[in-house]
Structure formats: structure tokens, C-alpha cells
Design a protein around this ligand. Structure first.
Ligand code: PAF
Length: 285
């Protein structure tokens, strides 16, 4: 694999290789098995894969979160070395390469701007859209690989592709979990030990909620989720919603759920000082 940090170098290399389809895996580093599963799928489908490692400042609505975001480039490169091939590229740009000028673009995602993450992290998806559209412009990938853990992000990126008329095919890969069920996330390394010990309660509870839907109303399930997680010291549910997979409109009553649509229970939890998200598909009642 080649490690490149300049846009020009990257474009020249892709031009020289002249391989297609070009796969793209955007990351902010601090790589784990979840990222590596995306990279492996990309490598199975594409003769050249670009993995970006870039902590994008415009998507952080909290300065401390940006400051504390884990940065582990040396380890990331060692992990990638094991799964990438000679033709593949790791792109590690700095802020000047990505934003030679301040990015003032504003994206509007309709209902996706009014639910869940968008309500709790103002400006977050605008920043994600800025950086992802910039990467698409630079790399011109054929297929981009995202994780389903960031469920709303995946819906936003699909909408971004429609809005910008891009030809990139966007795919979502299943969540990869730790042995105890905690969804893998770069932020997990920031969890204090006593919080980490109890963090499996998040997946256990949403799994239970996904079964309860056959006999309980949504309001009752929400109370169950809030209480089951909230009883652990340091844990606080920010939101728990059951939404369809396209508009992401929260379902209020079970009777609103329609055959032929897919539904997911999505959650955000403050676990000590770290904010974690997760989701699970909900079978129809
Ligand atoms: O999911 C992430 O890690 C980031 O939001 C992404 C897609 C790499 C954009 O910075």
C-alpha cells in the first residue's frame, strides 16, 4: 500500500493505476475491526481501494470531543498493512489539503435534519457532508463503504449523493461488535474501566426492545430502555427511537409500522463522558 497525504499525489497515482472500480473507505482513524471489515469488503469488490484517515474538524459540534478524539496513526497503518494490497492507498491529508479555503457550503437533508443525531449534534451532518463530498470530488470513487453503526450518517450520505448528482454507489456494512455485544467504535477506548464493564447493557437492552415490539407499545418500550440503561451509574439515554430506514421518521404507535418497510431502533447514550450510539433492526409486529 502507498501512504499519501497530498491531493495531487493521490490523483496522479489513481490515474497511473487506471483500475476500476475504485473503492473508498472514509475513516477518522483509531481503526478497529469494524473499519477493517469495510476495508476487506472494499478489497473484495475493487482492484484499488483508498482508505482515508482524517479527523474532520467541521463535523465536531463539541471542541473537547475533537480534542480528545483518539489519534493512533502508527497503529492504524500497521493494521492496514495487513489487509491492503500493493495497489491500495492510504490517504492521510491535513486540513489545508481538504479545506484550502473555508468550506461555507450548507446542505439540507429534509427530515434527516430534524431527528435523532441532528437534534443533539447541531451542524454535525453538514460537516460530514462537506468532507465526504470533498473526498468524492478528489477520489472519484465508484463505491464508498460505510458502517451501519452510523445509521443516520448512512441515510444522510445516500441523500447527499442524490442532492449532488454523484454517481458513487454507497453501501452500508453490518455493525461489528465486541464479544459482549458493545458496538465497535473508535470512542470505546475512551471509556473508563467501570463504564466499559457495564457498556454491554446498551446492546442487551436494544435487543430486548426489538423483541418487545411484538406485544408492547412504543412508549412502554422507550420507558423500559431508559430505565434499564439509566439504572447503571454514569449511563444516561439521550434518545431512543424506532424509525424507518429511509425518512428516519420516529414511529409513535406500533400501528403506524407498515409491511414492506424496514425499521430500526436507534439509541444514543452518554456512558460516563463518552457518547455512544447503536442500532438494531426491528422485525415487524
Ligand atoms: O464515520 C466517520 O468516521 C466519519 O463521519 C467520516 C465518514 C469518515 C467523515 O469524516
Amino acid at each position: 500500500m502507498k501512504v499519501l497525504c497530498a491531493v495531487k499525489e493521490l490523483q496522479t497515482r489513481l490515474c497511473k493505476l487506471h483500475l476500476a472500480p475504485v473503492g473508498f473507505v472514509p475513516t477518522m482513524g483509531a481503526l478497529h475491526e469494524g473499519h477493517l471489515s469495510l476495508v476487506k469488503s472494499a478489497a473484495e469488490q475493487c482492484p484499488v481501494v483508498v482508505v482515508s484517515i482524517y479527523v474532520n474538524p467541521t463535523q465536531f459540534n463539541d471542541k473537547n470531543d475533537l480534542k480528545n478524539y483518539p489519534r493512533t496513526l502508527k497503529n492504524d497503518l500497521e493494521l492496514l498493512e495487513k489487509v491492503l494490497r500493493e495497489s491500495d492507498i492510504v490517504f492521510t491529508p491535513d486540513n489545508k489539503e481538504i479545506y484550502p479555503e473555508e468550506d461555507k457550503r450548507e446542505f439540507h437533508f429534509g427530515n434527516l435534519d430534524n431527528v435523532m443525531e441532528a437534534m443533539h449534534r447541531p451542524g454535525h451532518f453538514n460537516g460530514v457532508a462537506q468532507v465526504v463530498s470533498r473526498f468524492f470530488e478528489i477520489i472519484e470513487p465508484d463505491i464508498a463503504f460505510f458502517g451501519m453503526k452510523d445509521f443516520q450518517q448512512l441515510a444522510v450520505i445516500k441523500e447527499l449523493v442524490k442532492l449532488t448528482g454523484s454517481n458513487v454507489k454507497v453501501t452500508g456494512n453490518p455493525i461489528i461488535r465486541e464479544k459482549d455485544g458493545l458496538a465497535m467504535s473508535s470512542r470505546n477506548v475512551l471509556l473508563e474501566p467501570h463504564i466499559r464493564n457495564n457498556a454491554s447493557v446498551i446492546y442487551k437492552t436494544i435487543s430486548a426492545a426489538s423483541i418487545m415490539i411484538s406485544e408492547k407499545e412504543i412508549a412502554e418500550i422507550k420507558t423500559f430502555v431508559k430505565n434499564s440503561i439509566g439504572k447503571f451509574e454514569g449511563f444516561d439515554v439521550e434518545y431512543f427511537d424506532i424509525v424507518d430506514d429511509t425518512e428516519l421518521t420516529p414511529v409513535i404507535k406500533r400501528s403506524e409500522m407498515q409491511k414492506g418497510k424496514r425499521y430500526f431502533a436507534c439509541i444514543a447514550v452518554m456512558a460516563g463522558k463518552v457518547r455512544l450510539i447503536d442500532n438494531i433492526e426491528i422485525g415487524l409486529v
